[in-house]
Design a protein around this ligand. Structure first.
Ligand code: CTP
Ligand code: CA
Length: 229
């Protein structure tokens, strides 16, 4: 093989990647959202396709061009993303939740634009919890041997928080990023530790999001290697 060309170690596999950030509408013109650019999820989709996988990319509000050879499914809200993930996961070998999913959504949607009222304070916005898609997919593997991967941005004791989250979610791998000023959101580069449910810890040096994506697929391929495509 030429240098830089990888073995198609994901050939015959179907992988599902969520990317971007969900938007939870308040009224026809406003939403609660987050700063996820979608770059890490798109890098995961591109690299998986280059390694021979059939890729379904569930794209939540990412302003990025569709990667070549990838099946792109646009989604808006966490509830829509959940439906799309469960549908695509039915025959998937791996599910990677790189999307930033809103934890809460407005309890009610105003069908008309919310207007200011003269002399009145604004009404508080009541929120309700969104479903935890990663925990649900991890707990109800549609296929035996399906590999489920989550992402977490943490501050403070990043690794301890990551370990606790990995257990709570029940996924196989959790990519843990440290967040802070200028770190992660919208950046071209990333730095992480990938925690495995088997106790493994794989550090990924600061570098392009593609490099982190390749390491994620290395770990996924290693786990899939034990089962036939
Ligand atoms: N996730 C999900 N559904 C949600 C929230 C998060 O599937 N409702 C997924 C994300 O896509 C990510 C992982 O779970 O892969 C971790 O997200 P994170 O926000 O760190 O986890 P939370 O359980 O929401 O914890 P926290 O209270 O720290 O935000
Ligand atoms: Ca969250």
């Amino acid at each position: 093989l030429a240098r830089g060309v990888r073995e198609p170690d994901l050939a015959g596999r179907h992988v599902v990647v969520s990317a971007g950030g969900t938007r939870e509408p308040l009224d026809p013109v406003r939403f609660l959202g987050n700063r996820s650019s979608g770059k890490q999820g798109y890098a995961l989709a591109r690299t998986a396709a280059a390694r021979g996988a059939r890729v379904t990319l569930l794209a939540a509000n990412a302003a990025l061009p569709d990667p070549a050879g990838v099946d792109v499914v646009p989604v808006g809200t966490a509830v829509e993303l959940r439906e799309a993930v469960l549908r695509a996961a039915a025959d998937a070998d791996a599910v990677v939740m790189a999307a930033a999913v809103a934890d809460f959504r407005p309890a009610t949607y105003a069908g008309g634009k919310i207007k200011k009222q003269d002399g009145q304070e604004p009404a508080p916005i009541a929120l309700v919890r969104n479903p935890d898609i990663l925990a649900e997919v991890s707990g109800s593997r549609a296929r035996s041997g399906q590999v489920v991967v989550g992402f977490a941005a943490e501050t403070d004791d990043v690794l301890a928080n990551g370990r606790t989250k990995l257990k709570r979610k029940g996924c196989d791998l959790l990519v843990v990023n440290e967040v802070g000023e200028r770190k992660t959101f919208g950046a071209e580069e990333n730095e992480a530790v990938i925690l495995g449910a088997d106790g493994s810890e794989t550090p990924v040096a600061h570098g392009p999001k593609e490099a982190l994506a390749e390491t994620v697929w290395d770990l996924v391929a290693e786990r899939l290697g034990r089962t036939d495509p």
